[in-house]
Ligand binder design. Structure first.
Ligand code: PEP
Ligand code: MN
Length: 332
């Protein structure tokens, strides 16, 4: 961290700042120039509040030279992390497709979709039991009744399951779930992140719809700081001024994250676009950009889906998409 002082700073105030920083085990290297004085802070500055320093009377500007995340940072962990979801690996050379309905709606619906996505080559089954809906009048998911159906579908197909946790109170019901999804709306629910940091289960951390990549990595850091390093990042689209699609799929987040972090990165083209006809093109783009996997919503009867029908692929469309994704994988 670099702190530039105002030209006529009060030396007494500088002394107060120096003592405060040294209390936090940060060493100061002072560079007195003709125009300005610059302090180089040496040591672990991740716990130093940049805004707090910036608003001090003697301070002109503060610049971070090191990212505030450590455990998620590639600089301190150069090799790619591979997350193992009950035998299915994600990360480095391991590409995994998570597919299934937006919501678990019934026994029959889930079994039909689970078998079809397995036959088409998916390696993990997705399905929401607890659903975060914008409207309180919309279908809220089968909730605790949905989890046993997912476990049954896993038994039938052998596919590990990923499903969304919305609240700490639901954790007991998730004891047998293979991978916990933290949705876009909960990406900055820090108490929830701390709690799952104590778990050893793989976590699929979706990007908040208005979150920067750094904020997203800081959320991963929350989970990892608690001791759980099994984190997969999932780009699911961000909000912009554009209204033609539900969100904008930030494909560039894939190479950016690979540069900044060692964690696996997957892309969800379903929530990114909101329309089934755009899902396959964006799945291919994400694969070509180097994603470690995809999350795709699939339904046996999209017009009658209780949630996210317009963006759900039919069973046939999904099988077709998988064939195309495999073509890209073969040449990348
Ligand atoms: C979902 O996966 O069904 C979901 C609600 O995703 P997101 O949190 O990305 O909106
Ligand atoms: Mn959905």
């Amino acid at each position: 961290m670099i702190v530039m002082l105002k030209p006529a700073y009060d030396p007494n105030q500088l002394e107060v700042l120096r003592l405060w920083l040294e209390e936090q085990n940060v060493h100061i290297q002072m560079n007195q120039g003709i125009q300005s004085t610059v302090l180089g802070l040496i040591g672990d500055t991740s716990a130093i509040d940049q805004d707090l320093v910036e608003q001090l009377e003697i301070v002109e500007k503060v610049t971070r030279v090191q990212e505030p995340y450590k455990k998620a940072n590639r600089k301190f962990h150069p090799q790619d992390t591979v997350v193992d979801i009950s035998g299915v690996k994600v990360g480095a050379g391991h590409f995994a497709v998570m597919a299934g309905p937006c919501s678990v709606e019934s026994h029959d619906q889930l079994m039909i979709v689970a078998k079809a996505v397995k036959d088409a080559g998916a390696s993990i089954l997705r399905g929401g039991a607890y659903k975060p809906r914008t409207s309180p009048y919309a279908f809220q998911g089968m909730r605790e009744l949905g989890i046993p159906l997912l476990l049954e579908a896993r038994k039938e197909t052998g596919l590990p399951i990923v499903t969304e946790l919305m609240d700490v109170s639901q954790l007991d019901a998730f004891a047998d779930v293979d991978c916990i999804q933290i949705g876009a709306r909960n990406m900055q629910n820090f108490e929830l992140l701390k709690e799952i940091g104590h778990s050893k289960k793989p976590i699929l951390l979706k990007r908040g719809m208005s979150s920067t990549i750094q904020e997203w990595l800081m959320s991963a850091e929350y989970i990892m700081a608690g001791g759980n390093e099994n984190v997969i990042l999932c780009e699911r689209g961000i909000r912009t001024f554009e209204t033609a699609t539900r969100n904008i799929c930030d494909i560039s987040a894939v190479p950016v994250l690979h540069e900044l972090s060692h964690l696996p990165v997957i892309v969800d083209p379903s929530h990114s676009t909101g329309f089934s006809r755009y899902v396959t093109p964006m799945a291919l783009a994400a694969t070509a950009a180097g994603a470690n996997g995809l999350m795709i919503e699939v339904h046996n009867d999209p017009p009658r889906a209780l949630c996210d029908g317009p963006q759900s692929l039919t069973l046939e469309q999904f099988a077709n998409a998988m064939g195309l994704v495999n073509n890209i994988l073969a040449v990348r």
